[in-house]
Design a protein around this ligand. Structure first.
Ligand SMILES: [Zn+2]
Length: 408
């Protein structure tokens, strides 16, 4: 079936990487048999030959994704700090007060808006998962249980809402129709209002061979160039871009109404960086595909070698990255015996599609694994410190991106 590009609607014909049929990366179920029997969906990355947006071609039914969402932003210390820092910056730089309005799209449990609400700044969260929005309400964050769309942006505007700040963190890349979401910003935004969005930067995915950041809920893999084109189409303009450490390398893009505010030197520098990386050329993506194939075969070879030697391999960090990596590599539960994780919500559950049990870090370490495969390669320094004990029995830590290697 021929699909069309999420940004420019040109036919989508250029397949970059086919990772196979995978279960949803965050479907951590409490029964092994159910985990093995999870429905699988094709996971394929395409690039649009017209506008160069890298994207997943498959749309999942929305009820597969939200409703009773298990992810609460406030469970991650690093993410809470990231939100607090941003709120401080916004309050200091945008002269927000009790007459202002801050709107967040996909406001989750209020992890960001509560910093504004605590200073008496009016906030409005838009969050489709009812159970998560309920938690936000208890911390004083007014929340609409809805998907943010162009229609909703217009409706809020017609009800008299004008936002001085609209925030959309890790949502523009996670909706099937990013154009429709962005089109809701312009009517809602005050004349001198600022919108900021955070998305993983496709440049970092390509340069780091971070194919484990490809998953079904992550529809679009943005460059600044593609976002600038989309913004222009909906009456907005990118005025600044900040590099972020999150998700292996993201960017926070600042948007205003077109013609309001000047374009920063960071925008110009990022445009040049993307041009130098040839993000607009098909060969760039073919090279990435070859690197992905190499990464997968290096992991398979490593695990086969460990099996032959009888070495116990454990995993660490039960999150989407690990699910994608292990399933794409065709790993079975015999290859990786157990996965340690700190979240009490993951313990007793199983890695989707493979049925590897998830245990506490203590239980994982008690087995004295010879190798611990750390899925969150972006947090390897922090995790390395937490798991130092592994060295005491001659064990080591291993990462699989951009290829499998034992950490020194
Ligand atoms: Zn396109």
């Amino acid at each position: 079936m021929s699909r069309t590009c999420r940004a420019c609607t040109a036919p989508l014909e250029h397949l970059v990487v086919d990772l196979g049929a995978l279960p949803l990366a965050n479907d951590f179920l409490p029964e092994r048999s159910a985990s093995l029997a999870l429905p699988r969906f094709p996971l394929r990355l395409f690039v649009c030959d017209s506008c160069s947006l890298a994207q997943i071609d498959e749309d999942l039914p929305p009820d597969r994704l939200f409703g009773e969402y298990q992810y609460f932003s406030s469970y991650s210390d690093a993410w809470v700090q990231h939100a607090a820092d941003f709120a401080e910056w916004a309050m200091a730089n945008l002269a927000l007060d009790e007459s202002s309005l801050v709107v967040e799209v996909a406001s989750n449990d209020g992890y960001l808006l509560r910093w504004f609400a605590a200073r008496g700044i009016p906030v409005l969260g838009v969050e489709p998962a009812a159970n998560v929005a309920e938690v936000a309400e208890t911390s004083g964050v007014r929340s609409l249980v809805e998907y943010f769309t162009a229609d909703l942006g217009r409706r809020l505007a017609s009800e008299g809402h004008r936002a001085d700040l609209v925030v959309a963190n890790n949502v523009v890349a996670h909706v099937p129709d990013p154009r429709d979401l962005l089109a809701g910003f312009a009517p809602l935004l005050a004349d001198d209002g600022l919108a900021t969005i955070e998305v993983p930067h496709v440049l970092r995915m390509l340069s780091g061979v971070q194919f484990d950041t490809i998953y079904h809920e992550h529809y679009s893999y943005f460059s600044l160039a593609v976002l600038e084109g989309l913004a222009a189409d909906v009456g907005l303009e990118v005025v600044d871009v900040e590099p972020l450490w999150t998700h292996g390398g993201s960017m926070r893009v600042h948007l205003r109404h077109r013609g309001v505010g000047s374009v920063s030197s960071r925008v110009l520098a990022t445009r040049e960086e993307e041009a130098a990386a040839r993000l607009g050329e098909p060969g760039t993506y073919d090279h990435f595909a070859a690197q992905v194939a190499h990464a997968l075969s290096s992991l398979r070879a490593f695990l086969a070698d460990a099996r032959e030697k009888g070495d116990l391999v454990a995993g660490y960090g039960a999150a989407a990255k690990g699910t994608v990596l292990l399933n794409a590599a065709g790993v079975v539960a015999d290859d990786v015996a157990l996965v340690g994780d700190r979240s009490p919500h993951k313990i007793g559950r199983f890695v989707p599609g493979i049925g590897i049990p998830i245990v506490t870090p203590r239980q994982m370490l008690a087995r004295h694994p010879r190798h611990v495969l750390v899925f969150a390669w972006n947090l390897i320094d922090e995790i390395g410190a937490q798991l130092q004990e592994v060295r005491s029995w001659g064990g080591d830590l291993v990462t699989a991106i951009p290829e499998t290697r034992v950490r020194p």
